[in-house]
Structures are given as structure tokens and as C-alpha cells.
Design a protein around this ligand. Structure first.
Ligand code: NDP
Length: 446
């Protein structure tokens, strides 16, 4: 980083948040993008906006004891990082995965500030979760864990304060148990969580939103460059909520998805993935992706999910987890003729991989912009809950599409305005930052 102030701020972030490498990575990427902004607007430095924005407003950390099916007490850790409420109540998902610790939640919460700002909707940034692993647990164990988790979290959230949602390991089953416990301990039926089932206040199209939104964003980026999804070969990592609905929308838009993965390995089906079967395996049966080949023996299964980036494709959509695509993978994608990469997962590409994409003029949609459709639709769910209404699928989907196209336009315009035409990483960071920073300045040092 050339700017002296930003570089010393980065050093302070590293020193104050020792060992939290994912958080450092997320902050560094944003600060690097902001160099031309602070040169043009030194008031952001003078008024302490940057120092405030890298420090969460509040971190809640708690014990989550629960009893397993054998009668043994298990203890996990729960977190909620309430990062920024400058433009609206804290909003961001909950992640249940053994890799969760404070640094992961801080990185996700920090990213969420700018992503939520990009949606154009009044939502601040937050994130939470636990090192609990729902994989291999019975429904009753998951229920007891969620009830214990929410018994504490309920004290800190509310429909005008902080509205959690799902993320890795938190799908509609977990959301149901969490919402049920919130209602029990507060005696309130409010839109305190999004991603709910339709029966009790959820929004149509929320399940599809992140994957569909990713494709709407990617389509806007492709069309602006004279390309489209039509007849393109597409590789998507993951096989969870984001990946499945990205695959579905890719197909609507004329592309062919040939690969999906989970944390064990990946499947390659040159005829195009049978999505109905994947949904059956992952959503209904909660089994491993390798069982796909027992129905389609002509498809291939490979252990080690990282190998997925060696498959020749035109478009790559990483939709599993952070840092899943490194410099070598980026180089392999490019040498295989890939023209576009858009991130469905949060921070799936390493900084070195992003550098390779930008240097080679690959169309690159960063997570903050490209996967904002989930939280945008969560905000639409909040609107419906507030007015006690339920919109039809087409209404929500049309709003989602418009939001994603605007995110593309605004990120692209910000990149151009600050002399980095085509660099959507910088454009998304700048456009997301400006709105939050201006709100912070107007509200004073609080
Ligand atoms: P799910 O839990 O539904 O699916 C996650 C998928 O990624 C699974 O296939 C999982 O495989 C795989 N995966 C998870 N961790 C790893 C890992 N360490 N290595 C390799 N594969 C892994 O989560 P989502 O689809 O909801 O989330 C995926 C990504 O999208 C995350 O980065 C999340 O933060 C981001 N995101 C999600 C949004 C949403 O609305 N759900 C919104 C915006 C971003 P396995 O089953 O083997 O664990």
C-alpha cells in the first residue's frame, strides 16, 4: 500500500487482531481500493472514518452448552459481530462450521458492511455463528444446539437492531429452530430472522436469491462486454444453497453446468449436471456429492475438491468457501480459455488469484457485489414482514434482478470514476464504502 496513512492503519489492524488472517485479508483488500478515494477526500482520514470502520461496534461471544443423543454435555462457542449500523440495523448470516472462530466472523462481518451498502437498501453489517458442525448430527441434536444458541443470542438481536440469516451450515431447518426459540424466549413474532420458510413469514425467492443474483450480476457483466451465458460451459464449486441455485439460473440463461463439488471432492458430468438429482442428494438426503455417480456412472467423481478448477470452462463460479481458488487455479482457468469468474462464496479467491484475473483482463465479479442478492432479498423479506404482506415469486425475483444490475452498474461506474475502469474489485469496495462513510460523517463520532 503506497498511502502512508492506510499502510499504518493496516499495521494497526494486524497488531490489534493478531492471528485473524482472514480478517486482515478482507481489510487489506478494501484499504488498497480506497487509496484514490482518500487522496481525493482527505476528510475521511481527518474525521477518523477509516479507523472506526475497521473496528466492530460490538462483539458478542458466548458459551453454547447442549446435550447430545448419548446424554453427554457438549460445549461450543457462539459469536455475533455487530460491525456497523451506520445505514441500518446489523444484518448478516450465521455460519455453523468447525472452522469458525472470531477472525472468520469478523472478516465476514466486515465484508457485509460494503455488500449491504451496495444493495441500496437500509441495512448495516453484521455476522455470527458457531464452531458447531451440523454434519452427522441428528435433527434433535441440531434442534437442541440451536435452542441453546438462541437462548443467548436473543438478548442481542431484534427486528430493528440486528437481523441474522443463514450461511454455511445454516439452512431452513436451523432457521426454523432458531426462530422458534427466539419466539419462545421473547414472546414476540417479528421478522427477527430472514430465510424463514414461507409458512411463517419467509419470502418467496429467498432460497434462490444468492445463486440467482450471482447469475444476474454475471449476466450483466457479460452483456456489457458483448458476451452472454448462452452455450457457455460453466464450472461451479460447492453444492449448497448458493451453488444449486446458481446452477439452476445458469441453465435458464443458456449455459451448461458440468461440475459441482463438496468438501470431499467434485463431480464432472460432460453431458451437463442432473440438478434434480443433486437437489435430492444434498437438500433432501443430506448425503455426499459422490453418490451422484451411482445414478450417472458415465460421470466422473474425483476426491479433493480443489481439482475442480482444472476442468476446462468458459465461466467459473466459486460458491463453496473462502480461499478455495488460488493463483495456480487462476492460471489454469485462464490457460483453459475461461473468460469470466464471479464469486458466489465470500472471499473464495486468494488475493494472488484476483491479481492474476485482473492482469489478464478476465471479467471478474467480486463477492461483495456478485453475491449480494441473498442479503438484498433478506431485506425484501424484512419489508414484507414489516408491512404484514407476502409478495409473489415474480415480484421478488424482478426486484432482485434490478438490484443486481444496479450493483453491477454502480461498481463499474465507481471503478471508472476513480481511474480503474473494469476493475470491479475496486469499484465495489469504493461504491460500498462511500455511502457508509458519508452516513458516518453525518452522524458524528458515535
Ligand atoms: P451451504 O452450507 O449450503 O453449502 C456450502 C457448500 O460449500 C457445501 O457444498 C460444502 O460442502 C462446501 N464447503 C463448505 N466449506 C467448505 C470447505 N472448507 N472446503 C470445501 N468445501 C466447503 O452454504 P451456502 O451455499 O449458503 O454458502 C456458500 C458460500 O456462499 C459461503 O462462502 C457463504 O458465506 C456464501 N454466501 C451465502 C449466502 C446465502 O444466502 N446462503 C449469501 C452470500 C454468500 P460440505 O457439504 O462437504 O461441507
Amino acid at each position: 500500500m503506497k498511502n502512508e496513512y492506510l499502510s499504518s492503519l493496516m499495521q494497526r489492524v494486524i497488531q490489534r487482531n493478531q492471528g485473524e488472517k482472514e480478517f486482515h485479508q478482507a481489510v487489506r483488500e478494501v484499504l488498497e481500493s480506497l487509496e484514490p478515494v482518500v487522496e481525493k477526500h482527505p476528510e475521511y482520514i481527518k474525521k477518523g472514518v477509516l479507523e472506526c470502520i475497521v473496528e466492530p461496534e460490538r462483539i458478542i461471544k458466548f458459551r453454547v452448552p447442549w446435550v447430545d443423543d448419548n446424554g453427554n454435555v457438549q460445549v461450543n462457542r457462539g459469536f455475533r459481530v455487530q460491525f456497523s449500523s451506520s445505514i441500518g440495523p446489523y444484518k448478516g448470516g450465521l455460519r455453523f462450521h468447525p472452522s469458525v472462530y472470531e477472525g472468520i466472523i469478523k472478516f465476514l462481518g466486515f465484508e457485509q458492511i460494503f455488500k449491504n451498502s451496495l444493495t441500496g437498501l437500509p441495512i448495516g453489517g453484521g455476522k455470527g455463528g458457531s464452531d458447531f458442525d451440523p454434519k452427522g448430527k441428528s435433527d434433535m441434536e441440531v434442534m437442541r444446539f440451536c435452542q441453546s444458541f438462541m437462548s443467548e443470542l436473543a438478548k442481542h438481536i431484534g427486528s430493528y437492531t440486528d437481523i441474522p440469516a443463514g450461511d454455511i451450515g445454516v439452512g431452513s431447518r436451523e432457521i426454523g429452530y432458531l426462530f422458534g426459540q427466539y419466539k419462545r424466549v421473547t414472546n414476540k413474532f417479528t421478522g427477527v430472522i430472514t430465510g424463514k420458510s414461507i409458512e411463517y413469514g419467509g419470502s418467496l425467492a429467498r432460497r434462490e436469491a444468492t445463486g440467482f443474483g450471482l447469475c444476474y450480476f454475471t449476466d450483466a457483466m457479460l452483456r456489457d462486454n458483448g458476451e452472454s451465458f448462452r452455450n457457455k460451459t460453466v464450472v461451479i464449486s460447492g453444492s449448497g444453497n448458493v451453488a444449486i441455485y446458481a446452477a439452476k439460473k445458469t441453465r435458464h440463461l443458456g449455459g451448461k453446468v458440468v461440475a459441482l463439488s463438496d468438501s470431499d471432492g467434485y463431480i464432472y458430468d460432460k453431458n451437463g449436471i442432473d440438478l434434480k438429482l443433486v437437489k435430492q442428494i444434498k437438500e433432501a438426503e443430506r448425503k455426499r456429492i459422490k453418490t451422484y455417480i451411482s445414478v450417472h456412472p458415465d460421470a466422473e467423481y474425483h476426491e479433493n475438491c480443489k481439482g475442480i478448477w482444472q476442468i476446462k470452462c468458459d465461466i467459473a463460479l466459486p460458491c463453496a468457501t473462502e480461499n478455495e481458488l488460488d493463483k495456480n487455479d487462476a492460471e489454469t482457468l485462464i490457460s483453459n480459455g475461461c473468460i469470466a469468474v464471479a464469486e458466489g462464496a465470500n472471499m473464495p479467491s486468494t488475493p494472488e488469484a484476483i491479481q492474476v484475473f485482473l492482469e489478464n483482463n478476465i471479467l471478474f465479479g467480486p463477492a461483495k457485489a456478485a453475491n449480494a442478492g441473498g442479503v438484498a432479498t433478506s431485506a425484501l423479506e424484512m419489508s414484507q414482514n414489516s408491512i404484514r404482506d407476502a409478495w409473489d415469486f415474480e415480484t421478488v425475483d424482478a426486484k432482485l434482478k434490478e438490484i443486481m444490475e444496479n450493483i453491477y452498474k454502480n461498481s463499474s461506474a465507481a471503478a471508472e470514476e476513480y481511474g480503474m475502469k473494469g476493475n470491479l474489485v475496486a469499484g465495489a469496495n469504493i461504491a460500498g464504502f462511500l455511502k457508509v462513510a458519508n452516513a458516518m460523517m453525518e452522524q458524528g463520532v458515535v
